[in-house]
Design a protein around this ligand. Structure first.
Ligand code: GAR
Length: 202
């Protein structure tokens, strides 16, 4: 059983998928804390409905990024979390959090990294006109969207897709993949190979 701290900024549908997987007995984990970078994020409501403690930070707090991440790291530590799970968290995670949870900060990205990094992975892939995009789950490190890759799943872009239908299918893949990968962590299957810098799934 692993304890997760979830960071989010928006709808929180990935948080919901994690909560549902735990309730269904498909994920040996608990969510000990949800931190939102926005006080109005719908994800906070999902957390509260599931009885999960929350911390919401205002925009002003991030004017001092180091102090904000210090605060978040301390809250996560106080909640005894083992892993920090970024689920639509639209802020960088910096040294105070990365140092408190080395190789234990996980991010989901709605494209096949290293393609289409950044805040608009779905629309950037759509605009470029690629025929395949997908979902990446990776360890976060100091280089934004560049940490070692844990899992990827392709999503084919269909001729009759719109950005909306593509987004729906990407989210559906995310909601399957994130709980599955977190269960790999619960089973201690995810190992960072110090020699190669890559992730081995054992
Ligand atoms: C997800 O698609 C996630 O991959 C993306 O934000 C969405 C959040 O949805 N994250 C990023 O783009 C990070 N760069 P949710 O709030 O419904 O889980």
């Amino acid at each position: 059983m692993i304890k997760l701290g979830v960071l989010l900024s928006g709808s929180g549908s990935n948080l919901q998928a994690i909560i549902d997987a735990i309730a269904a007995g498909n994920l040996d984990a608990s969510v000990a804390l949800v931190v939102s970078s926005r006080p109005d994020a719908y994800g906070l409501k999902r957390a509260q409905a599931a009885g999960i403690p929350t911390v919401a930070l205002s925009r002003e707090v991030y004017n001092n990024q180091a102090a904000a991440d210090e605060l978040i790291a301390n809250e996560l530590n106080r909640a005894n979390v083992n892993y920090v799970v970024m689920a639509g968290y639209m802020r960088k995670v910096t040294a105070p959090i990365l140092n408190m949870f080395p190789n234990r900060v996980i991010n989901i990205h709605p494209a096949l990294l290293p393609s289409f990094a950044g805040a608009h992975g779905i629309s950037d892939a759509w605009e470029y006109g690629v025929k395949v995009t997908g979902v990446t789950i990776h360890l976060a490190n100091a280089e934004y969207d560049k940490g070692p890759i844990i899992a990827q799943e392709p999503v084919i872009i269909l001729e009759d897709d719109t950005t909306e239908t593509l987004e729906e299918r990407i989210h559906a893949v995310e909601h399957e993949l994130y709980p599955k990968v977190l269960q790999w962590f619960a089973n201690d299957k995810v190992h960072l190979n110090e020699k190669t810098g890559k992730i081995d799934i054992l």
